[in-house]
Design a protein around this ligand. Structure first.
Ligand code: GFB
Length: 435
């Protein structure tokens, strides 16, 4: 990290700390949050840092949902005292299988627009957190786990208890707690580690963070997927989701592809993007490009949900009838399928249908990693006139949400293909946007 980044971060932290509105620069939109509507703090309180981590087995798109839950916890905390969220570096995700490229310690700015995130809550990259910390230390870590006895009735509760599962943290002779810490484990350590059995929404932990451990500057919640959404599907969780605007460099690649191969531009298709805090689209505002997009989840999905998805042989037949209905001739396929399966599909669609897939150049792939390529696919799918997702895939859910933000009719978004034996299976729930 260069000296300017360090200085910028220090400046920004000072601004959260002191709530100096005059500290604002163009880049500081993070700290617009709360400037107008946050309550005045009686005394100046130093900023505290919330870090989090997710079960290593979880995929990219579920992790994005966990972000919303934790971000909204930080939003709640900021009603009473200044907290900033430290973004967990990306890496070691099971599905990112391109071994030739290094895929650890990836910053959020590779995938998301940080200014947009900061219009919701104050966030910092992990390296920025290290830069503003005197020592590379996390004061306290709480590893969220279930209750040993399971549960018979739902009630919100939390207790510091013995650890029930392997958690990967170990106490050294120096009394410090060590862990892989996103690849920074040789340098970073924690002073305290506890397991906490937890059943509850994200906001339920707020009093604990504020009062029980008020002396700690930095606190990490591991297994943060345990925290439930406080307002699932409601305005606040949509705000968190809307703030997760994809990084411009990825949107640009997707937009160029749309224009070059799919005849799709924002102006024509009524999908022009604005600052998310000012955007309020109605269903039907977006028209979408003249193509149908399908997210075809394959690989491990065949084992997990094989009975719910069509065989590769029947996909073209099922899609062709929808193309006809919507008078479309182009299909964009986002898929994790191997190339042979894609080539087979392309051939089976026949000459009258133009079929496309986004293939990054080796340089693009090296630069933006598997996560960036996935986002480009999602972005192109999000702009299609008609979208078909894969049964309960979080990858498809994120596309559906993007289309809600852009203002598509739900009928053009919440669709999936049935298995080979049926054409009338239950369609995805319509989680429509709330403002
Ligand atoms: O994101 P994700 O949890 O969605 O996992 P699901 C799917 C991953 O596979 C993505 C890649 O993050 C991508 O890396 N992938 C899938 C794709 N589809 C595409 C695509 O169309 N384009 C590109 N570029 N990449 C769940 C997993 O996945 O599936 C569970 O979270 C489990 O752990 C289950 O594996 C079977 O919700 O689809």
């Amino acid at each position: 990290m260069n000296i300017w980044t360090v200085l910028h971060v220090l400046f920004v932290i000072a601004c959260i700390d002191l709530r100096f509105t005059e500290c604002k620069t163009k880049q500081d939109s993070a700290f617009d949050v709360g400037v107008n509507d946050a309550p005045e703090f009686k005394e100046s309180k130093p900023v505290r840092y919330l870090l989090y981590n997710v079960n290593p087995g979880e995929g990219f798109n579920l992790r994005r949902d966990v972000y919303i839950r934790v971000a909204n916890l930080v939003k709640l905390l900021n009603d009473d005292e200044p907290w900033a969220l430290v973004l967990p570096p990306w890496g070691r995700i099971y599905h990112w299988q391109t071994r030739e490229i290094s895929q650890i310690k990836l910053p959020w700015s590779l995938f998301f627009d940080l200014e947009s995130l900061r219009r919701h809550i104050p966030v910092l990259e992990f390296e920025e957190f290290l830069a503003v910390s005197e020592k590379p230390v996390i004061d306290e870590i709480y590893y969220l786990q279930r209750y040993k006895e399971g549960w018979t009735k739902w009630e919100e509760k939390m207790d510091i208890l013995e650890c029930l599962e392997k958690h990967g943290y170990s106490k050294g002779k120096d009394g410090r707690w060590h862990h892989w810490f996103f690849g920074y484990g040789d340098d970073v350590y924690a002073n305290k580690f506890e397991c906490m059995s937890y059943m509850g929404h994200a906001g339920f932990i707020k009093p604990f963070l504020m009062h029980n451990i008020s002396g700690s500057r930095s606190v990490m919640l591991d297994r943060a997927e345990t925290l439930l959404h406080d307002h699932f599907g409601q305005k606040r969780s949509w705000e968190g989701r809307r703030s997760m605007v994809y990084a411009k460099h990825l949107r640009d690649i997707g937009d160029n592809f749309r224009e070059k191969y799919l005849g799709s531009t924002d102006k024509k298709d009524k999908t022009v993007l604005d600052d998310w805090t000012k955007m309020k689209k109605k269903h039907g505002d977006a028209k979408g490009g003249p193509y149908l997009a399908i997210h075809l989840r394959r690989k491990d999905y065949l084992y997990a949900h094989g009975g719910e998805i069509p065989s590769i042989q029947l996909v073209p037949k099922k899609v062709k009838s929808i193309l006809k209905k919507h008078k479309l001739k182009k299909v964009f396929i986002a898929t994790d399928a191997p190339n042979e399966e894609y080539e087979y599909l392309k051939q089976e669609f026949g000459e009258k249908v133009e079929v496309y897939r986004f293939k990054p150049t080796p340089e693009e792939h090296e630069k933006y990693k598997d996560g960036g390529v996935a986002i480009i696919d999602q972005w192109i799918c999000a702009h299609a006139r008609y979208f078909i997702g894969s049964y309960v895939s979080t990858f498809s859910f994120r596309i559906q949400e993007e289309r809600e933000i852009l203002g598509f009719e739900p009928e053009m978004t919440f669709n999936r293909l049935c298995n080979d034996d049926s054409d009338t299976c239950e369609q995805p729930s319509k989680w429509t946007i709330k403002y």
